[in-house]
Design a protein around this ligand. Structure first.
Ligand code: ASP
Length: 334
């Protein structure tokens, strides 16, 4: 009888330890956009600054994961860091629309609960990813747009509003002027947007509880008109997370929407048993270009596998693997 009691106590204490202990190692992957990024056009100082900004975002997300925080907090922290950097097309540094202003989109998704939140076309929210999360957590909705989203923002603690010109940067203004010049020169330029963008940001994290979350934030595409919204705030297109897989996309958004890219990658893992790498490669290297689109994606599964395919010349990216190894890369051969 006594041995039975002892055995029971030992089993109970093992269960308690197993619950306290992380059931899975953590991992984090981020992107700062895919597109035409040529080594010859990127000076050494710019490259250093971009890698430092990617590293700062990895630090922000990794700090959350290391203290046992949630994947959701980690992706928010990483994306806020990228939104705050003028180097990327999200938050400060967002591209200009055709009217010379900025309209920002963002979305977030938590895998194991399938909760999601998104905002599109906001013009005065400093960190759109924070507002997307507030939509998820404090409204009965998934997506809010424009002025309505901003009215909702005013009722949320911790959502900072800024004047639209706060997002201005000289580099993005130059890009707008060039895009508009191209448009005047050749009508074709208005429809052929291949590679004419980069800098959307995203993050996918796996936390110590084995949960996955994804966040994506963007200024969209330079010279966009008519309230155009791309894939980034659309759940299933630019952002997806379920309990085994998370994806954040970057590229020519119309093609990511038409192929439900983020969901398709995870669906291939779930329904077909594809490896994460095979699923991500097939969608990004085959499905999207076959329709005429381009771009890249970051993906992470519950075993901590990471895939970062892109069919453009570069994609800003960074990762921390379950074994703690980390890195940043820009070009294909990095
Ligand atoms: N996917 C974004 C959009 O279409 C652009 C980007 O990734 O740079 O709005």
């Amino acid at each position: 009888m006594r041995w039975l009691l002892l055995l029971l106590m030992a089993m109970l204490s093992m269960t308690a330890t197993a619950q306290d202990r992380p059931v899975s190692p953590t991992a984090l992957v981020i992107h700062g956009g895919a597109g035409v990024i040529e080594r010859a056009d990127l000076g050494a100082d710019d490259e250093r600054a971009i890698r430092a900004a990617l590293d700062a975002a990895l630090d922000a997300g990794q700090a959350v994961l290391a203290r046992g925080g949630s994947a959701l907090d980690a992706v928010e922290a990483a994306v806020v860091a990228l939104e705050e950097s003028p180097r990327f097309n999200a938050g400060k540094g967002a591209v200009y629309n055709a009217e010379g202003g900025h309209e920002l989109d963002a979305s977030v998704m938590e895998g194991h609960t399938r909760r999601a939140g998104a905002v599109a076309g906001v013009t005065t929210v400093r960190n759109p990813i924070r507002l997307a999360r507030a939509v998820m957590e404090h409204s009965p909705h998934v997506m809010l747009i424009g002025e309505g989203a901003e009215a909702f923002a005013d009722a949320q603690p911790g959502i900072e509003r800024v004047p639209n010109d706060w997002f201005d940067t000289e580099t993005r203004h130059e890009q707008l002027k060039k895009a508009q010049q191209r448009e005047r020169d050749q009508a074709q330029a208005a429809t052929d947007l291949k590679g004419k963008y980069f800098g959307t940001v995203g993050a996918v994290a796996l936390d110590a509880q084995g949960h996955i979350a994804t966040a994506t934030s963007t200024g969209g595409m330079t010279n966009k008109k008519w309230g155009r919204v791309g894939d980034s705030p659309i759940v299933g297109a630019g952002t997806w997370a379920d309990d085994r897989c998370g994806v954040s996309g970057t590229g020519w958004g119309e093609f990511f929407i038409r192929n439900a890219v983020a969901h398709d990658i995870c669906a291939r893992v779930a329904y077909r048993g594809d490896t994460l790498q095979a699923a991500a490669d097939e969608v990004i290297m085959k499905v999207v270009p076959e329709l005429g689109g381009d771009g890249g994606a970051i993906a992470l599964d519950r075993d901590g596998n990471i895939a970062m395919p892109f069919n453009t010349s570069g994609m800003y990216r960074g990762w921390v693997k379950p074994d703690g190894s980390r890195g940043t890369a820009i070009f294909r051969e990095d």
